[in-house]
Design a binder for this molecule. Structure first.
Ligand code: PFF
Length: 444
């Protein structure tokens, strides 16, 4: 096999990994989760979850990836030959495929809104018209698919160039743009009259609001946002050079990811508070509520264009990482070149995306377990495969993997090793088990 690629620079490692973590999860999921779960109370719980659970689990995936220098499934074949552990790699590869199938659809909506904003259409409408346009667009058969196709081609152009010239280079360009837009935006929203109320809601913790369901919601959000449990971080870790510090990378990525989520809250809460608009949840938040918020701002089209470009860039760098899990598997297991593997994977994703997209239109009544295809892929991957993957990774790294390898991959500092291992062995599996029970409804 030809020599395996690596991320060349330390900045590239951070840009690519932050690129994976920062996505639609930060921009619409975090604000609506915070809105639903007590604002500041949710934020503080989320920060605790990221620190005691998220960072150790990120390190756990990096350890496996870098030690084995293989895709998410083969990594376990290398580290634990003749065992069945590699099956957990399949979990990741299947869930990444399923997640991409619907993530692409939402990312496609973002691209549509960039164009609507550029044409100036978005702001010309009344509030009810904005909502009606959104549902007309999502239930259309062809238009959303056109954007999915466009995004598949953009992903192809980046991914087929390889790890260094494609993913690392694209991330190095896109991530600074993303942070710049975010800072400009927040600089404006915090100066809006009445913004203080929104900020207070987001930052002032009312500890009495913290309960079991808030903690579980915060843990779930930490997983989703840090891309844990899918083998993305195993795959990216396999491209880290030996001199990259895994705990430092985990810490930096987690802090930047949290920063984006919090700043997305700072973009949204002061503005909604200032204009007296209720932040609704889910897809509606950015496609219906926010355009209504922009309308009240000075230069509404400018802010709308900036926002949707920002969301589009965030979504794109995340789809690249989801793709890479599958590409690494195809190229290494079937000895295929990247271009060929990319085309096959694009075809599979295209089929899944068609089914997901049509779930908002002609297939909306086709249901299994009471869910349409879009809802089913979301539920099955995020609620079942993702926690299951994270749980099994923590068991493998905490209890099965060679202790010396874990120690040396973590940089050989006793205190850091002990703290991270404690979380991977005890805190992570127990908490994930509780999330899992709560999601299945067995435990409330
Ligand atoms: N972490 C990214 C986000 O928050 O959007 C991408 C992502 C990875 C989403 C894994 C969902 C997921 F399960």
């Amino acid at each position: 096999m030809s020599e395996r690629a690596l991320f060349v620079t330390k900045i590239g490692v951070i840009a690519a990994t932050v690129g994976s973590a920062v996505g639609l999860g930060n921009i619409w999921r975090f604000p609506y989760m915070a809105g639903e779960n007590g604002g500041g109370a949710f934020l503080i719980t989320y920060v605790c979850c990221v620190i005691i659970l998220g960072i150790p689990l990120m390190c756990a995936e990096f350890i496996v990836g870098r030690k084995a220098r293989s895709n998410a499934s083969r990594a376990f074949k290398v580290l634990a030959p003749k065992s069945k552990w590699h099956i957990i790699g399949y979990f990741g590869i299947i869930s990444s495929t399923l997640i991409l199938g619907y993530y692409m659809v939402i990312a496609g909506w973002v691209v549509e809104y960039i164009f609507q904003a550029l044409r100036g259409n978005l702001m010309a409408e009344s509030a009810t018209q904005i909502a009606a346009n959104f549902s007309d667009f999502t239930s259309d058969t062809w238009r959303p698919l056109l954007w999915v196709l466009t995004l598949l081609i953009i992903n192809y152009l980046i991914i087929s160039k390889g790890v260094t010239k494609g993913i690392e280079k694209a991330s190095n360009i896109m991530m600074p743009i993303l942070f710049l837009i975010l800072l400009i935006f927040c600089g404006y929203t915090i100066t809006l009259p009445g913004a203080g109320e929104g900020l207070k809601y987001l930052f002032y913790p009312d500890f009495s609001k913290i309960n079991g369901s808030v903690i579980l919601a915060a843990m779930g959000q930490a997983f989703f946002s840090l891309s844990i449990g899918l083998g993305i971080l195993i795959t990216y870790g396999s491209y880290f050079k030996d001199n990259v510090s895994l705990p430092k990378t985990g810490l930096t990525v987690a802090l930047l990811d949290m920063l984006v989520a919090v700043l997305a809250g700072v973009m949204i809460f002061p503005a909604t508070a200032s204009f007296g608009i209720n932040p609704t949840q889910g897809p509606e938040l950015i496609f219906v509520t926010l355009p209504n918020v922009f309308k009240h701002m000075i230069m509404p089209d400018f802010w709308a264009i900036m926002f949707f470009i920002f969301a589009g860039v965030a979504a794109l760098t995340s789809t690249i990482s989801l793709f890479e899990v599958i590409i690494a598997y195809f190229t290494e297991e079937f000895n295929m070149n990247r271009k060929r593997a990319s085309i096959i994977i694009m075809a599979i994703i295209a089929v899944l995306s068609i089914l997901s997209s049509l779930s908002f239109g002609v297939l909306s009544d086709v249901k299994l377990f009471g869910m349409n295809f879009f809802e089913l892929s979301d539920y099955f991957s995020a609620n079942i495969l993702l926690p299951a993957g994270g749980f099994l990774f923590s068991i493998y790294i905490g209890w099965v993997m060679n202790r010396k390898d874990v120690y040396s991959e973590l940089g050989g500092v006793n205190a850091i090793y002990k703290a991270i291992l404690f979380s991977i062995r005890y805190i992570a599996p127990i908490s994930i088990f509780l999330i899992f029970l709560s999601l299945t409804g067995i435990f409330k």
